[in-house]
Design a protein around this ligand. Sequence first.
Ligand code: TGC
Ligand code: FAD
Length: 391
Amino acid sequence: MTDMRALIDDFYGLDSLLTPDEVQIRDAVRRFVDQEIRPNAGKWWQDGVFPTHLIPKLGELGVFGPTLPEQYGGSGVSGTAYGLMMQELERGDSGLRSFASVQSGLAMYAIYRWGSDEQKAQYLPRMAAGQVIGCFGLTEPDAGSDPGAMRTTAKRGGRGYILNGAKRWITNGNVAQIAVVWAKDEEGIIRGYVVPTDSPGFSAREIHTKASMRMSVTSELYLDNVEVGEEALLPLSKGLGSPLSCLTQARFGIAFGTVGAALDCLQEAAEYTKTRIAFGRPIAATQMVQERVVDMLSRVVDMQLKALQLGRLYESGAMRYPQVSLAKRDNARGALEVARMARELLGGNGISVDYVPMRHAANLETVDTYEGTYEVHTLIVGRDILGENAF
Ligand code: TGC
Ligand code: FAD
């Protein structure tokens, strides 16, 4: 890393607040992303392909379920170490971090938190290794911000339950072997079901019209009288709070991940301003460009501080979900603004995938929306402080 990149990376000396293990884990993921992802990210994004051949290597790297106990394939790392892994993955591409977020924070966590011992033993070690891929079906065509309005049902019948409904915008839907599907039972209670994606009546259709998250597989899921056994039910799940608890995990990862995307944009833009000549001097030597770069740095430092303290709250067990909402809201929006500023500083080159800002900016439009939109998180935090539900 050049001196300027290193200076930008840690302008506030926050590395001194990390443990040696956390630094080592972060740097291992960074090396992987530098070698395997960065050289190809623009092409994969443009072509709309996810590098599935790297899934086993990602498993070896330990990015799937790293906070889980070793018996389930995790390594019991700190919340901050998990966050820093997400930061480095998203420095490569938000789609890569999404893949890991869904696998870890959504599908694996759902099984870990709400599943039986048998389900945990059956799925988690293989998911940690990347041998089994999971997706998480909460959003529906007519229920996104308000998942409690879902229409998918799970009725008693056949070997256990019969599922009917549709899910939309499901990350990893077409590459998953199992789908954690959230559905209402006969009493209208939301529960989770682990559905093998080769079940008769289950189908996934990839959404190919995305101008964002192009390196990520996003799908619609259809459940047409899908019969699953008793063992598919996540027995401890009960009510909307069950899937929402999984979202807390993934939102935590986004609070860190977005720092990576923002740093990548800022570093590339800063270097560009030093070599791009206009009116006989580098544009870095103009006051307005310096102001822009410093605005970006300031935003990044704010994001880093929020993410790090969130990590420490996670580890202490004191973290509350409205705190996660504030960090997800501000860091997703912060990274999006940094990416847009970086794109602008690159002028015409800024719109090309030969440079990183446009790709990150396009991805971050999704990150700003999924896992709860900016408005939803504003209302979660507003409700927490003011005690009034304004949804
Ligand atoms: P509400 O009354 O607020 O909550 C129902 C119960 O759940 C509890 N709860 C939570 N628990 C843990 N973590 C959270 N984040 C929680 N939020 C709420 C709550 O305490 C309550 O418990 P109890 O015991 O009192 O019943 O329910 P509501 O219907 O008013 O919910 C409103 C709202 C907006 C908070 C919620 O529905 C919401 O968060 N909406 C946004 C939906 C969303 O984020 N969807 C994401 C889908 S997954 C995705 O996008 C994956 S992207 C891929 C990637 O991550 O990379
Ligand atoms: P809507 O809920 O229709 O919202 C539309 C607009 O209305 C938004 O601006 C919203 O903020 C605003 N709005 C809604 N209610 C209010 C209110 N009360 N006050 C003010 N404004 C309001 N979901 C999954 O379950 N699993 C996944 O793996 C997954 N992956 C995704 C991947 C991608 C690429 C994308 C784009 C989405 C993914 N999602 C996934 C879905 C995502 O979580 C939803 O898109 C998101 O929660 C918003 O829901 P919606 O799209 O239905 O928007």
